[in-house]
Design a protein. Structure first.
Length: 254
């Protein structure tokens, strides 16, 4: 009689093996598809984030202009700067034209330079650098400040004691006035304190009239450092007129 087999039937085990293999195959297929799609999904997410950020910054009402910060004003009134700047309130801060605001503020005579920037989340910052008077010019009873570039930019109720007066003659051109301003700005403090007024005819005909009645013919602003060194020595000699227009060949007239 044949001996019965003790091995279990293989149908159930084979089916389980097939199922496991299929699951592994499906996972590998999904992993391959995900690898292929992952870059696209990431790109779409980044694009969505950028679009949302762009809308928030450029078009939403969240980051609109709500105020203006003004610094550096002394001669100017801040309200005047604010009116001239004409910053568009309620407009998205990112879309505000900073160059246009800068140009408008620079049109104010006392402004030497200005920096306009965005102050997030909702303000425009205007940093003003004002002109500094080195002398004054009196015309028709009006005293006006003159800066080192020859720009008349402000008025005074009277002549300040700390500033020399620049006197011009009929027909004095703007470039001559600017040259006189450069002369005054180049004077050392001890000499500037002795100056009562500066007489200007042309660019190369500028004189310093001292408080003690003596006069220095300076010429132009060229070589002002050398001229200042020479006149410091010459003033030790008694004279009525000192000519340092050519510092290498100074002269005096008693």
């Amino acid at each position: 009689m044949p001996r019965a087999s003790t091995r279990p039937p293989r149908d159930g085990a084979d089916e389980r093996t097939v199922r496991i293999a299929r699951k592994r195959f499906a996972r590998r297929q999904w992993a391959r598809r995900w690898l292929a799609l992952r870059g696209l999904v990431a790109l779409l997410l980044v694009a969505a984030l950028l679009a949302g950020a762009a809308w928030l910054v450029f078009f939403s009402s969240v980051l609109v202009v709500k105020g203006v910060e003004i610094t550096g004003t002394d001669v100017l009134d801040r309200a005047e700067v604010r009116r001239t700047a004409a910053v568009p309130m309620g407009e998205p801060l990112a879309r505000v034209g900073l160059d246009e605001i800068k140009a408008r503020v620079e049109s104010l005579a006392p402004v030497k330079s200005v920096d306009v920037s965005r102050s997030w989340p909702n303000r425009v910052r205007i940093a003003v650098r004002e002109r500094r008077a080195v002398a004054v010019v009196e015309r028709d009873g009006v005293v006006r400040g003159l800066d080192d570039e020859g720009v008349l930019f402000r008025t005074y109720p009277s002549v300040p004691s700390r500033l020399p007066v620049v006197r011009v003659v009929a027909g004095t051109r703007a470039e001559a006035l600017a040259e006189a301003a450069r002369v005054v700005d180049a004077l050392p403090g001890n000499l500037a304190a002795k100056v009562d007024h500066v007489s200007v005819k042309t660019v190369d005909s500028i004189s310093l009239d001292l408080r003690n009645g003596r006069s220095i013919f300076w010429g132009s602003a060229a070589e002002s450092d050398e001229k200042a060194a020479v006149i410091k020595v010459l003033l030790e000699q008694q004279a009525s007129v000192y000519d340092v227009s050519v510092p290498g060949q100074p002269t005096i007239r008693r």
